[in-house]
Ligand binder design. Structure first.
Ligand SMILES: NC(=O)c1ccc[n+]([C@@H]2O[C@H](COP(=O)([O-])OP(=O)(O)OC[C@H]3O[C@@H](n4cnc5c(N)ncnc54)[C@H](OP(=O)(O)O)[C@@H]3O)[C@@H](O)[C@H]2O)c1
Length: 304
């Protein structure tokens, strides 16, 4: 049973957790701080980030430091600003947790015209990781953890002609596509790190079923019925364990997917995930997605 007590000493490590003003990201940032890391709470609302810092400081006797940065993943220009500012302050980045996410919102687009879930959950993190690549390159054994979901197994493809709401909107399908994109990104990023002979690793994680603000778009009358369909619903501290394991444990391997070890991976303690689908392991699809993303936002990852 791996818990946050197993996190090694992170003194001197620099970490970013996106969407860490609440939920799983908040618990992830808190535990990294408690273990001694210098953590940046990356949030779209600076007031919420400041409140999160106050709460962590009052709850936790951490030995790390806490800072915040304004990061709106629905605006690629703003993602670039966040990364530029971060790179002015830091010369390395040990742990990047691509955690922020949005689930089943009403149909909407990001500022750059992507369907909101695809745009925030995947495109924003694709951009963030790419803009921060110079720091990842100059850090020994950096880790990029990207949050996916069991929902990634629900779709077997990506419709590249429907990433900007061109067709009718199915909110659950769009969420699943965004989470499939996250895992394809994580696996492909790891292959590219390896090809460039970088020491960095990319790892995917999913938190099982955790009660958080993620369910904010599901009407109250439907929510309890939805949760009742799962054997167990976790609190955010436990939902954060797969991310924390992926970000810090010495046994973790790049290019792998971690989640809770209980039945159907709804709950439990961190372990290798058994979620594998043909689409998740489709290297041609991962490459196509990568090329799509680079072209769409005019960002070329420079590994060498
Ligand atoms: N909870 C689960 O059962 C579950 C299951 C599978 C996967 N996941 C994944 O786990 C991750 C964390 O989710 P959670 O459950 O902790 O949800 P949450 O409590 O709703 O937290 C999501 C975070 O993402 C932030 N965010 C949303 N849109 C953003 C944007 N445009 N730019 C920057 N940040 C943005 C939110 O900020 P605001 O507070 O300002 O909205 C919040 O900080 C997500 O990637 C989710 O897909 C969760």
């Amino acid at each position: 049973m791996w818990t946050k007590n197993n996190i090694p000493d992170l003194s001197g490590k620099i970490a970013i957790v996106t969407g860490s003003n609440t939920g799983i990201g908040f618990e992830t940032a808190k535990a990294l701080f408690a273990a001694g890391a210098q953590v940046t709470i990356a949030a779209r609302d600076v007031q919420k980030a400041k409140k999160a810092i106050q709460k962590i400081q009052s709850d936790t006797a951490g030995t790390g430091t806490l800072d915040y940065g304004k990061l709106d993943l629905a605006n690629i220009g703003q993602v670039r600003e966040f990364a530029d500012l971060f790179m002015q302050k830091h010369t390395k980045l040990d742990i990047l947790v691509n955690n922020a996410g949005v689930m089943v919102p009403p149909a909407a687009k990001t500022d750059d015209g992507f369907e909101l879930q695809f745009g925030v959950n995947f495109m924003g993190h694709f951009a963030l990781t790419g803009y921060l690549l110079p720091l990842l390159k100059q850090t020994a054994n950096a880790r990029v953890v990207t949050l996916s979901s069991g929902a990634a197994t629900l779709v077997d493809s990506i419709d590249f002609d429907n990433l900007r709401l061109e067709k009718s909107y199915d909110e659950w399908r769009a969420y699943a596509v965004s989470k499939l994109a996250d895992i394809l990104f994580s696996y492909e990023l790891h292959r590219r790190f390896r090809n460039a002979r970088m020491s960095a690793i990319a790892v995917a994680a999913h938190p099982g079923v955790t009660r958080t603000d993620l369910q904010r778009n599901i009407p109250d009358e439907n929510l309890e019925g939805m949760f009742a369909a799962f054997d167990q619903v976790m609190d955010p501290w436990q939902g954060a364990l797969p991310s924390l394991f992926a970000a810090t444990d010495a046994s973790v391997e790049g290019g792998k997917f971690y989640g809770p070890d209980g039945p159907k991976e709804y709950a439990g303690y961190p372990a290798l995930s058994n979620h594998h689908t043909a689409a998740m392991n489709d290297e041609a699809l991962a490459k196509r997605l990568w090329d799509y993303a680079e072209n769409a936002i005019q960002l070329t990852y420079k590994f060498k």
